[in-house]
Design a protein around this ligand. Structure first.
Ligand SMILES: Cc1cc2nc3c(=O)[nH]c(=O)nc-3n(C[C@H](O)[C@H](O)[C@H](O)COP(=O)(O)OP(=O)(O)OC[C@H]3O[C@@H](n4cnc5c(N)ncnc54)[C@H](O)[C@@H]3O)c2cc1C
Length: 422
């Protein structure tokens, strides 16, 4: 184990920064963690909304049983018990046809379940599913539409919602390789790995606060409202950086892991190539006075042929997610919330309930746009500066830009740093 004279400064306390900090603590390093915001969590956070008078998340987040890095992280910070397995199926409702069905994937090795019409997505054939395995060998430059007919029913009812949820990118341009990677780790590994997990207490209470408690217990210095404004690089080292009102000098025992969004890295280190396009996600939280059930009493349901893509139920809050929401960003928010509420009211079978109090959250840069061209711009964790590492869901993790990708990126950055010290 390296000596604790080595000090790592981690910038950005989103999921990547928190997971890097946890791994560096485990590796015996002295750790300081900074974030420009007033709280940790970045794009994965909760807050008290005064209008709804309840804690809400910035957006609904779903985990899957195959998110190995996340479960490892939760184990270390003592928070595994805070995530809950949802039933092992993905319910859907088609607002145009009124049909509802449930996708319950079975064994991928011996997929006999596909022979049962009731287990398949309505309107699809067994042959539509053969492509699932082909995506495992997709190449960097391949788009999903190189493998799947975009006019097919299975495209509309499976690939399009999957691509929106996993890549936050239109399925017509999304990366086949990333979808293949995600399927390998979940659906194709078997039912326990495809199982959805939710965070009933909220994102911060589950993924963020236990990590901060763990870090503080380990004497980590955590500082909020601390924005990195400049970074100096000389030859092969980072030498100092301006954070908030102070300058941090980096000695030979000091190391830096930058867990910042790509646009921040671009302005701090123009020499590093980063993805340049992002896509927004919109969430609307409706605060009701009583609990209403979703079809099949689900915790969440996928919506086809609506503005809404997913509806989540948490107690008396119903929340809608719309990914790759570029087209909605400039729309009148009141009108949009109204339209979305009508879809929710239909889904819960109560079309006459007037729109309850609501909060609409636009995350303009929710994730990078995950097309083959943009993915080619993802930088590695190791840089040409010996004491400087990068992390973030947008870096070259080989995974989609999700919590799993962010946590993995932090773990990889920490591992690379620790390896350099042995
Ligand atoms: C609405 C929404 C829904 C999502 N749904 C899912 C889902 O269902 N499942 C899933 O797995 N993933 C989902 N994601 C993606 C997931 O939230 C992200 O992949 C993950 O949170 C990214 O973490 P990160 O640490 O890489 O980046 P960030 O969370 O962006 O962390 C970067 C941190 O850096 C800080 N910062 C920025 N600039 C500076 C600066 N100059 N100096 C200091 N600090 C700075 C920020 O405040 C932030 O805390 C969703 C994202 C959104 C927005």
């Amino acid at each position: 184990m390296p000596s604790s004279d080595h000090h790592v400064h981690i910038m950005g306390a989103g999921m990547a920064g928190l997971s890097a900090a946890v791994r560096c603590v485990e590796g015996g390093l002295r750790v300081s963690l900074y974030d420009s915001a007033r709280q940790a969590g970045g794009r994965c956070r909760s807050f008290h909304d005064p209008m709804l008078d309840r804690i809400i998340d910035n957006g609904n987040h779903l985990l899957l049983g195959g998110n190995a890095c996340v479960f490892d992280y939760l184990d270390t910070i003592g928070a595994s018990r805070l995530v809950t397995a949802a039933p092992d199926h993905f319910p859907f409702i088609d607002l145009k046809s009124g049909e509802n069905w449930s996708l319950r994937p079975g064994s991928a090795k011996l997929p006999l379940w596909l022979f049962l019409p009731g287990r398949r997505i309505p309107g699809t054939r067994i042959s539509d599913y053969l492509v699932l395995k082909k995506l495992s060998s997709a190449q960097d430059q391949d788009a999903l539409t190189d493998y799947i007919d975009p006019t097919s029913i299975i495209f509309e009812r499976f690939w399009d919602p999957l691509c929106a949820a996993v890549l936050n990118t239109d399925a017509h341009e999304g990366s086949a390789k990333l979808i293949g990677r995600m399927l390998d780790m979940t659906l194709l590994k078997g039912p326990p790995f495809a199982r959805p997990f939710i965070t009933p207490l909220g994102l911060s209470a589950t993924l963020v606060d236990p990590a901060l408690a763990y870090l503080r217990q380990s004497q980590v210095h955590v500082e909020f409202g601390a924005r990195v404004t400049s970074l100096s690089l000389r030859e092969n080292r980072a030498t100092h950086l301006d954070v908030g009102h102070k300058t941090i000098e980096l000695s030979s025992m000091d190391h830096l892991i930058l867990c910042l969004p790509p646009n921040q890295i671009q302005s701090l280190i123009p020499q590093v190539q980063v993805p340049t396009l992002t896509r927004p996600i919109l969430n609307v939280h409706f605060g009701l006075d009583e609990e209403y059930r979703l079809p099949r009493n689900a915790a969440f349901i996928g919506v086809i042929n609506g503005i809404s893509q997913w509806i989540f139920r948490r107690g008396t809050t119903l929340s809608v997610t719309v990914s790759r929401a570029d087209a909605l960003m400039e729309k009148d928010t009141d009108e949009l919330s109204d339209q979305i509420w009508q879809e929710v009211a239909f889904a819960i079978g109560r079309p006459n309930i007037p729109r309850p109090p609501h909060r609409l959250i636009k995350e303009k840069r929710a994730t990078i746009c995950q097309t083959p061209a943009q993915l080619a711009l993802r930088p590695d964790s190791v840089t040409r500066w010996k004491n400087l590492y990068l992390a973030g869901d947008w870096t070259n993790t080989g995974l989609p830009a999700t919590i799993e990708g962010a946590v993995k990126s932090g773990q990889v950055a920490a591992k690379n740093l620790l390896n350099s010290l042995t």
